[in-house]
Design a protein around this ligand. Structure first.
Ligand code: MN
Length: 290
């Protein structure tokens, strides 16, 4: 049994910025570790050389997916029209960048800042997020691109914490190219288990992050990946599955702080990524047997 899902790794396993030399490293290491896809956060993409990045990915035969969260001063779930407008601009620019470097998937906390909110989401804020994401989805659809709504835990957003929240939000946005993005790290905090949300999402699952409960080496924590992989097989999921892990050994300005990466869970990104690739490949293949 072979795995047909594109297997990906987050660039923060390798490098903390998007300067040309860092992109070269991330692309080369991702390919060398056997992955099909590199996920790049667009948190800090001012230095990104679009043509060089696209060319490096093509040469290495890698797919690219882009992700991001918004910021408290540029947040489409805000009640403040000026803040919403800045969030909408960030999303539009990031979608364009994803397209230019050859990506078909733009995902993450596209609906809010990535951080601890002091109060619940307001009705106005939710309506603002729906309106902006509708426009973004329409723009993405013109070139066949998919938007992912990554479900994050309560300490990182107040908009969608469970798969049910995300399905409701996607229903309200109302575009077929807006899909659910599950992440086992967040699911461990918010969902009853790692199976039910996958079944709830079904064919509306469009992107997956696999991370341990502490975001270190896969298998070194307590998450039941066997059950999760069975669930992915149950619903016939064929989309990308990307390994996410963060350590203070590799720091991205802004993003590492937003993700509360305060401690060292590993030093050797290459060893970590190779281990995760084997873990995913063998675990997914075994789970496909019935
Ligand atoms: Mn994630």
């Amino acid at each position: 049994m072979t795995v047909t899902n594109p297997l990906g790794v987050h660039a923060l396993v390798w490098v903390g910025d998007t300067a040309p030399a860092s992109i070269e490293t991330a692309v080369a290491e991702t390919a060398a570790a056997g992955y099909d896809l590199l996920e790049l956060s667009l948190h800090d993409s001012a230095n990104l050389d679009v043509a060089a990045t696209r060319s490096a990915l093509e040469t290495a035969g890698l797919q690219i997916a882009c992700s991001r969260g918004l910021a408290f001063d540029a947040d489409v779930s805000s009640d403040d029209p000026a803040v919403v407008e800045r969030g909408a601009k960030l999303l539009a620019d990031s979608l364009q960048l994803t397209r230019e470097i050859g990506g078909t998937h733009f995902t993450g906390a596209l609906y809010s800042a990535l951080g601890k909110y002091p109060a619940p989401l307001t009705a106005t804020g939710r309506a603002n997020a729906v309106r902006v994401l509708r426009e973004l989805a329409a723009e993405a659809a013109t070139t066949g691109m998919t938007l992912g709504l990554e479900i994050c835990n309560r300490y990182e957003t107040n908009v969608i914490n469970t798969c049910r929240d995300a399905l409701r939000l996607a229903d309200d946005i109302g575009f077929d190219n807006v899909l659910v993005h599950l992440d086992t790290y967040h699911m461990n905090i918010e969902e009853a288990d790692l199976v039910r949300p996958v079944h709830e999402a079904g064919d509306r699952l469009g992107y997956v992050h696999v991370g341990e409960n502490h975001r270190g080496y896969l298998g070194s924590g307590h998450l039941d990946f066997t059950a999760f992989f069975h669930a992915l097989s149950d619903v016939g999921y064929t989309g990308p599955i990307t390994f996410e892990s963060f350590s203070s050994a590799v720091v991205a300005p802004g993003l590492s702080a937003d993700l509360a990466v305060w401690r060292n869970l590993w030093d050797d990104g290459a060893d970590l990524a190779r281990h995760a690739h084997t873990f995913l490949r063998t675990g997914l293949a075994a789970a496909a047997h019935r």
